[in-house]
Design a protein around this ligand. Structure first.
Ligand code: NAI
Ligand code: A1CAB
Length: 265
């Protein structure tokens, strides 16, 4: 088996669907471990991937662990007993350190990844940290997997809390802003469906500009802001309401929480 996944929830399914859509793996090369037969059947129907046992998964070329952080201890214990000699273990869990993973799986090649859910549509962003026993070819394999569903950045564990606070949790901040803008449009008297279309497409357009226009966010914002015009009035209101410092505080809180989770015992 080329790739097995334990825990196919929000993040696991985003990765699985993205990888299958990209063709980097095919359904016959994949196995999923699920807790309920119902969910396993659903994934089989949706993606054509078979359910496998945990020992079978633990012998795969690449074993992706995508359970919640507090579920990881139990899963690692089970994996340890049947890990294949050449199996590369990839954990996407926040707050489960390389030391935790390598302590539970002595001698195993382990790589930590912090992905995000836009992997589902091929626009993810992932931070990648190789453990002490992972070689360059194994790291390259994970980089290829993550590039198949978006961007990938090799980093070190010291930067992972900050990376989590930007790209790991970041999509939620943008959805939050989108929700607030839609609500504001409704307050202005627009039908909700129209407000939603206007906001969603504005996000798509602004994201494409950040990606493709070759200009910084600052330059792009300045181009929208006519002196003394409507945008300047709006941005002034955002500053008056502390939105910029709200984002600084949010990123700090996220990074702090990520660090706390890594220290739990
Ligand atoms: N949701 C997100 O945007 C991101 C999540 N992550 C990480 O991904 C991991 C999963 O998060 P979510 O997908 O949001 O959680 P989730 O709760 O949606 O998914 C976890 C899945 O694991 C399954 N599971 C639990 N124990 C299992 C076991 N022993 N055997 C087989 N399956 C088992 C659950 O049934 C569930 O489907 C977490 O560690 C999180 O830190 C990382 C980056 C982004
Ligand atoms: O909220 C969380 O803990 C996970 C990790 C990054 C995004 N979601």
């Amino acid at each position: 088996m080329k790739l097995a996944m334990v825990g196919v929830g929000s993040m696991g399914e985003a990765l699985l669907a993205g990888w299958l859509a990209s063709g980097v793996v095919t359904p016959d090369e994949v196995g999923v471990v699920q807790r309920t037969a119902e969910r396993a059947a659903q994934l089989g129907e949706r993606y054509g991937v078979p359910a496998v046992s945990l020992p079978e998964a633990a012998a795969a070329e690449t074993l992706v662990l995508a359970v919640k952080p507090h579920q990881m201890g139990g899963v690692l214990e089970q994996v340890a007993g049947s890990l294949g000699p050449d199996t590369l273990v990839v954990s996407v869990a926040a707050g489960v350190t390389l030391a935790d993973l390598e302590g539970a799986l002595p001698g195993a090649a382990v790589i930590r990844v912090m992905p995000n859910t836009p992997s589902l549509v091929g626009h993810g962003m992932a931070g990648i940290i190789a453990g002490t026993s992972a070689d360059a070819a194994q790291t390259g394999r994970v980089v290829d997997l993550m590039r198949a569903v978006g961007g990938a950045m090799i980093t070190d564990e010291a930067h992972l809390d900050a990376l989590t606070a930007l790209s790991g949790s970041g999509p939620a901040y943008l959805y939050y802003v989108a929700e607030a803008m839609i609500e504001a449009g409704v307050h202005q008297g627009l039908p909700r469906a129209q407000a939603t279309e206007l906001v969603n497409q504005t996000f798509v357009g602004a994201a494409a500009m950040l990606d493709q226009a070759g200009e910084s966010a600052t330059v792009l914002r300045e181009r929208v802001t006519s002196p003394g015009g409507t945008t300047a009035a709006a941005l002034r209101a955002l500053d008056d309401h502390g939105v910029r410092s709200g984002f600084l505080a949010a990123v700090e809180a996220c990074a702090r929480r990520s660090a706390e989770m890594s220290r739990r015992d």
